[in-house]
Design a protein around this ligand. Structure first.
Ligand code: ZN
Ligand code: ZN
Ligand code: FE
Length: 721
């Protein structure tokens, strides 16, 4: 084979693909050309050994690329001189992927600490294989003039590297050096940082996707001050630690967790800590896990070079507000929180919080798709252009076009008006960036959700049809298109009957579902407020068992009258109530706290379980709660009962799954919803099922993955009617 034409699709632009092709072809003595096209990269190769190129491509493609498809065909040999990188083809309907931000590559890290190099200790060092991408991109095509690096004119030395195909900074858009690149303020920042950490001060640091608030992680007083100033009572703080050895000293790491920590995405990984780690008490009160990440920017590398101890690194904001990402907002809004500021003058185009991941068994699950992961894209079957707005908690919209679906920047909770504004403007900007107009808008079924209202306003403004999709159906369809038996367990989702669902077993496809089983409904005294006061939910359970056991007379009266007591089948609320009955959590101060504490106290070696009933399409929790109260009265410890509660839920899953398999034949069992962030529960389900059925656990279990399912369901013909 001495002539070959190759067409590649996937994440192949803005990741150093063309210079990689140039270097590889040149090394193999091949002639030809490479060009970016609107739908990928096209390569023509001529020479005696074209096949060798395909082998290298398969074995070691450019580190940041993701190749979805390779189409190669033999073409007649042409005599050409050398190998050329052709100018990009511009197309009105550009189909481009934006690469995520990436931690420094080994070569850049070596250069960073090489005193003889011209980028010695340069906090913005990067190359075509690493550095900022998504966070600095203002528009497409990916070119320096459309990034926030446009305000920095390259010096002669940088410009030379940028133009040399043999250099690893060839067309590296954020290329910079101490001479021409961004600067940190104050000038002696490394010293200021070290001093502040040693003295227990709180420092606002501008990073890749926004500002962090940092303090010494093992300094209880500093952490307490940060909690007080930020208004964050007990929600765990993520920590950045100097290196892997440090992680190993406080956590028992699996190989998969180790890989994830060191991956170029560098997410926060939720790790089980050793009980001997004393700071856990104030970093993650009541929990046995801690969010840990490794340094992911050259600036971090320099910080730990000066101060080699773990630091709290938390998004800079007041609780419930979006993360701050501009110098002006930091100066204005962090003045009462931070003692010191470390700023730089490279603007952040796309605000991007740290990603949060965990490993369940061998599977990586994403709890927050942020910096390093965003924008996450994957193939989509319909090929239609669809925009999905997600839900109101952990909001993350998604856009499908040209057979790809992309999760847009993670917005978070929409309660704050600024977050609503961010969602609206992010969607508009993204559409302008990709030059696409959606043909269908999808949103949650909840009529009062901000996301629903923003979606409908958007659809009306642009004259696009919009459709509401049931929350739990979307959770499941996002994990598996079906047909399948789905377990959607979460805190809140609007049901087709107008009540709050959350403990749902559905038999579904992307075009519809049957609500086969659900948790026996109970009341939420005071509605939404019951989420913050689990003892009210516990009382609602008691109300169905034995109203005499309710201590609070006001709640007893309210439950008896049914006034302002909406009904729910929420699994999340059942967790809250059980945690409350077992005394492991007071009023939760953050979403999921009760369930997380319940999981943390559970004794993993306990194999017992509790009673339950399944009849008339309902999962009856009454025997379970009665059992729990009896055992508690006998003096059985909360840790044992918490474990039995988890074991029982696994039994319930198994029972429902088997009944539905008898009815509908063998289908995969799919699991989605925030409850499946619970590692113990997932573990117990796997153990009970023991390979007898195919299990699919969502890799984006909480509401941040909801828009993926909304897209799949919205792509069905019925949705556009
Ligand atoms: Zn690099
Ligand atoms: Zn320079
Ligand atoms: Fe949900």
């Amino acid at each position: 084979m001495n002539g070959i034409s190759i067409h590649l699709t996937g994440v192949v632009q803005g990741v150093g693909f063309r210079p990689w092709v140039w270097r590889t072809a040149t090394a193999l003595g091949l002639s030809g050309s490479v060009s970016n096209r609107f739908d990928g990269v096209r390569i023509e190769l001529y020479g005696s050994d074209c096949r060798a190129f395909l082998e290298v491509l398969e074995r070691e493609p450019p580190p940041l690329s993701r190749i979805d498809a390779v189409h190669a065909e033999e073409i007649p040999f042409r005599s050409m001189e050398g190998f050329r990188i052709l100018e990009s083809e511009t197309a009105g309907d550009a189909l481009q992927r934006i690469a995520p931000d990436t931690a420094p590559c080994d070569a850049c890290r070596r250069e960073l600490f090489d005193p003889s190099g011209r980028r010695y200790r340069h906090p913005f060092i990067n190359c075509v294989d690493c550095g900022p991408r998504f966070s600095i991109i203002e528009g497409l095509p990916y070119d320096r003039s459309l990034t926030t690096m446009r305000t920095f004119d390259m010096c002669t030395a940088c410009a030379k590297e940028y133009a040399d195909p043999a250099d690893r900074r060839y067309h590296a858009q954020p290329v910079a050096c101490p001479e021409c690149g961004p600067r940190i303020e104050p000038e002696n920042w490394e010293m200021a940082w070290c001093e502040a950490m040693e003295r227990g001060r709180i420092v606002a640091v501008k990073g890749i996707g926004g500002f962090h608030l940092a303090c010494a992680a093992q300094n209880a007083e500093a952490v307490a001050t940060l909690r007080r100033r930020k208004g964050r009572e007990s929600k765990p703080f993520a920590c950045m630690v100097p290196n892997l050895e440090w992680v190993k000293s406080i956590c028992a790491l699996s190989a998969a967790e180790e890989r994830l920590l060191q991956s170029r995405e560098r997410p926060i990984v939720l790790l089980k800590t050793k009980r001997t780690f004393p700071s856990l008490e104030f970093l993650a009160p009541g929990l046995d896990t801690l969010g840990i990440m490794l340094p992911y920017s050259p600036m971090h590398e320099l910080m730990f070079d000066r101060y080699p101890h773990p630091v709290v690194m938390t998004s800079a904001n007041h609780t419930a507000e979006p993360m701050i990402h501009t110098n002006a907002a930091a100066a204005e809004r962090l003045a009462g929180i931070a003692d010191r500021f470390i700023l730089h003058n490279r603007a952040i185009a796309n605000r991007c919080e740290d990603s949060v991941c965990a490993v369940h068994g061998g599977q990586t699950i994403v709890l927050r798709p942020g910096r390093g992961i965003a924008p996450l894209s994957m193939p989509e079957a319909s090929g239609r252009t669809i925009l999905a707005f997600g839900a109101d908690m952990k909001n993350c919209p998604a856009l499908a076009h040209h057979g790809q679906v992309t999760l847009l920047p993670y917005v978070g909770d929409l309660e704050h008006p600024e977050a609503q504004h961010i969602l609206h403007s992010a969607v508009e900007r993204e559409l302008a960036c990709f030059h696409v107009v959606p043909e269908q808008v999808v949103h949650d079924l909840h009529p009062d959700y901000f996301s629903t209202q923003i979606a409908e306003r958007f659809a009306a403004t642009h004259g696009i049809p919009s459709v509401g999709v049931q929350h739990h159906h979307a959770h499941l369809a996002g994990a598996h298109p079906g047909p399948a038996i789905g377990f959607a367990f979460d805190g809140t989702g609007y049901g087709t009957d107008g009540s709050i669902w959350g403990g749902e077993v559905l038999v579904y496809t992307t075009s519809g579902f049957e609500r086969a089983f659900h948790l026996r409904p109970f009341a939420l005294p005071g509605g939404e407020a019951a989420i913050r006061h689990p003892e009210r939910v516990a009382d609602a359970l008691l109300h169905q068992l034995d109203p005499e056991r309710i201590d609070n007379p006001a709640t007893r009266v309210q439950l008896a009258s049914g006034l302002n007591c909406p009904s729910t089948s929420s699994m999340g609320r059942l967790f809250d109530a059980v945690a409350c009955l077992l005394g492991v959590c007071g009023d939760p101060t953050y979403d999921g706290e009760a369930a997380m504490r319940l999981e943390a106290v559970a004794d993993g070696s306990e194999c017992g379980d509790l009673a339950f009933g399944i009849r008339d399409g309902q999962i009856d929790w009454r025997p379970l709660v009665a059992d729990l109260l009896d055992e508690l009265a006998k003096g059985i410890p909360a840790g044992i009962l918490a474990a039995r509660f988890h074991n029982t839920l696994a039994e319930i899953v198994f029972c429902c799954g088997r009944l539905l398999t008898e009815r509908h034949g063998r289908l995969p069992w799919v699991f989605a919803g925030g409850v499946f962030q619970n590692r113990l529960l997932v573990d117990r389900i796997k153990r009970v099922v023991d390979g007898a059925y195919e299990l699919v656990f969502s890799s984006l279990p909480n509401d941040s993955g909801l828009a993926l399912g909304q897209i799949r369901i919205g792509a069905e013909p019925w949705a556009s009617r």
